[in-house]
Design a protein around this ligand. Sequence first.
Ligand SMILES: Cc1cc2nc3c(=O)[nH]c(=O)nc-3n(C[C@H](O)[C@H](O)[C@H](O)COP(=O)(O)O)c2cc1C
Length: 154
Amino acid sequence: MPDITLISGSTLGGAEYVAEHLEEKLTQAGFSTEVLHGAELDELSNEGIWLIVTSTHGAGELPDNIQPLFEQIEEQQPDLSRVVYGAVGLGSKEYDTFCGGIKTVDRILQDKGAKRIGSRLEIDVTEHEIPEDPAEVWLDLWLNDLKEAGFLAK
Ligand SMILES: Cc1cc2nc3c(=O)[nH]c(=O)nc-3n(C[C@H](O)[C@H](O)[C@H](O)COP(=O)(O)O)c2cc1C
């Protein structure tokens, strides 16, 4: 099992690039990773560290490539109490439903017993032309929080 599984939800590629950038940083820091651009429940182990990076589409909805995973979690009700996760959202403050996608992720995962480590990052792409920049700053904080909570030895 990799140290950290990154799961991206993206329609136009922005969140996917952010996930790839974070994966590169994690690999450089010595962690083993896997990245799933979109995912289905049966591809995931129900323990370990997940890092979800997703944008928002429609009116506050998850992108099509990650929507099935969260539908499956709601339908199948897996026990995710051995999952800890980080949450990074991309969205635009031009929408009332700013970062609705990552808020949905957070709600569903916590409902199934998963524990979020660190704060939920909500990147407003109208303010951050390069969303990788705030994501990178957040990543260092998240890794520290994971270490302090005893989930990372390195
Ligand atoms: C059709 C459409 C609908 C969107 N709806 C929302 C929304 O409801 N809330 C939000 O915060 N951002 C919304 N956005 C902004 C996207 O989340 C933002 O542009 C993001 O960077 C796209 O990431 P992606 O390239 O990974 O798909 C929308 C964008 C489009 C094109």
